[in-house]
Each structure stands twice: as C-alpha cells, then as structure tokens.
Write a protein that binds this ligand. Structure first.
Ligand SMILES: [Fe+2]
Ligand SMILES: [Fe+2]
Length: 149
C-alpha cells in the first residue's frame, strides 16, 4: 500500500512537469526553444504514462488535481509560483527538476527489492537530469546575453 501512495505521488510530480511545460510552450516564439520544450513534453508524457500504467495494473484510480498546475507547484515546491512568467521559466524548471531528481533518488532506494521497477525509475530520473542540465545551461546563457547588451 505504501508503494501505491508513492506511485500516486510520482504520477502527480510527472503531471506537474507535463502540464507546466505544455503551458509554457504556448508562449514560446523561438523555434529552437519550442523544439526543446516539445522534446521535454514527450519525455514527461512518457513518465506520466509509466505511473498511469502501474496504477492501473494495481487497480488504482488515477489521482486528479483539483487546484490545477498551480496547486501542484505548491505541493512539490512548497510555494506558489507564476508558471507562465518568462522570467521564472528556467529557474522554476530547474527547481522542479531538482526536486524530481531528489525524490527519484529516495524512491530508487526504497524500491531496492523491486528489480521490476528499478530500470524504469532510473530511466525517468536520468531524463530529469538531462532536463536540469539544459535549464542550468540556458540560465547561464540568458545571463551572458543580458550582460553583453
Ligand atoms: Fe519527468
Ligand atoms: Fe523533467
């Protein structure tokens, strides 16, 4: 039962990433940035499906989010944030990905006796690591651009 609760929590964590990047994609004009976000959305959708399938295999209901994306940000980061603001985009993305990696590390340790889950969890976590690296790198570049003008 404990595992089911964790799976529901991770479903919401991944849904947060999916919904957040989907809503930010709508405000992006730059073609390169749009392609980056499309790729991230693809992996977040895969992660969401991973937990949906596990929950369905256990005959569990898929959790719903009464407060929408904003309430999910609050749930995982402990503070409200404007996810559509361009200024916050990379900072918020990095914060959410950081939190996800931290949670995955804990879950991977907790499920050491479940070899059937480990590979999928590693794969998801490594995707989050790639996302985090991209955000960090782009935050740096954004700063450089501001400084040079
Ligand atoms: Fe994810
Ligand atoms: Fe991610």
């Amino acid at each position: 039962m404990e595992l089911i609760l964790r799976l529901k929590e991770f479903y919401l964590l991944e849904l947060l990433q999916l919904k957040m990047y989907q809503s930010q994609l709508g405000s992006l004009q730059d073609e390169y940035l749009r392609a980056v976000y499309e790729r991230m959305i693809q992996s977040e959708r895969r992660h969401v499906t991973f937990y949906e399938q596990l929950l369905m295999e256990h005959q569990q209901k898929i959790p719903s989010i009464p407060g929408g994306v904003t309430s999910l940000v609050g749930m995982f980061l402990g503070e409200a944030a404007d996810i559509t603001s361009a200024k916050n985009r990379y900072k918020l993305g990095a914060a959410v990905e950081n939190k996800a990696i931290e949670m995955y590390r804990a879950l991977i340790l907790e499920t050491a006796d479940r070899p059937d889950l480990q590979k999928g969890l590693w794969h998801n976590m490594i995707d989050e690591e790639f996302h985090l690296l991209w955000f960090k790198d782009n935050q740096k570049q954004a700063t450089t651009l501001v400084k040079s003008t």
